[in-house]
Ligand binder design. Structure first.
Ligand SMILES: *[C@@H]1O[C@H](CO)[C@@H](O)[C@H](O)[C@H]1NC(C)=O
Ligand SMILES: *[C@@H]1O[C@H](CO)[C@@H](O)[C@H](O)[C@H]1NC(C)=O
Ligand SMILES: *[C@@H]1O[C@H](CO)[C@@H](O)[C@H](O)[C@H]1NC(C)=O
Length: 206
């Protein structure tokens, strides 16, 4: 009994990973999701340095699509920061990152000041706040589709994971990751994107 369940789990896992090759559809921008592009009007996987989409669900979550150019298909990241100002520091950051050659996945991080740290939450607690739906890397562009809880559990400090039902300036950055036993995001090596105004992440609903 057990071996066949394991086999089934593997087959299901493989099926989900191959389905994960997704594109950033621009068709729904401004309808069911809000979108930001750098440069404006760029085409994902062709010439976007960064792109973000956000869409609230009716189950208390925001679907985030993060896309960004990276210098290598492994051990790099693209990240979105939620900030009360247009500078790095006191931001919470959701990253799409590959550590130690792993596939790109969502990770919760934060910028106490001008450095980035991993949130001090175990994997299980993180998985309750952030889930990876799909990820893909193509033509030196990374894409993650993530689902993040609008309100993190009450025992999680807003310094680590901010609630998404407030307006934020949106920061985006990409760069290499630190590998080894304490993986994390290293300093960005592309000029970050900074939104010109604060964004309401719940403005669009899917
Ligand atoms: C993604 O979609 C755009 C149009 O939005 C298209 O031009 C591009 O070729 C697609 N890229 C991939 C990798 O499918
Ligand atoms: C890959 O990226 C380069 C540089 O951004 C771009 O010129 C090219 O059109 C892209 N290729 C495809 C197949 O989209
Ligand atoms: C990423 O890392 C994996 C595991 O080491 C390796 O098999 C794969 O070739 C790497 N991908 C690229 C595009 O370098």
């Amino acid at each position: 009994m057990m071996p066949s369940i394991t086999l089934l789990a593997k087959v299901v896992f493989l099926a989900t990973t191959s389905l994960a090759a997704q594109n950033f559809s621009t068709a729904e921008c401004g309808q069911t999701k809000g979108c930001l592009f750098q440069p404006p009007d760029c085409v994902p996987f062709e010439n976007c340095v960064y792109a973000l989409s956000y869409s609230a669900t009716n189950s208390g979550e925001v679907v985030l699509e993060l896309l960004g150019q990276v210098s290598a298909p492994n051990n790099t990241y693209v990240a979105v920061g939620f900030s009360k100002d247009q500078m790095m520091g006191q931001d919470t950051v959701t990253a799409c990152a590959s550590y130690n050659n792993s596939p790109f996945e969502g990770h919760l991080t934060y910028n106490p000041s001008r450095t980035n740290l991993n949130v001090p939450l175990d994997e299980e607690s993180q998985n309750m706040i952030l889930r990876t739906i799909a990820s893909d890397v193509d033509n030196n562009t990374v894409y993650c589709k993530l689902v993040q809880k609008i309100e993190p559990p009450s025992n999680v400090l807003a310094d680590f994971v901010a609630p998404l039902n407030q307006e934020y300036f949106i920061l985006m950055a990409s760069g290499p990751t630190r590998t080894g036993s304490n993986p994390g995001l290293l300093k960005h090596n592309k000029t970050p994107f900074i939104s010109s105004e604060m964004i309401n992440l719940l403005q669009f609903q899917s």
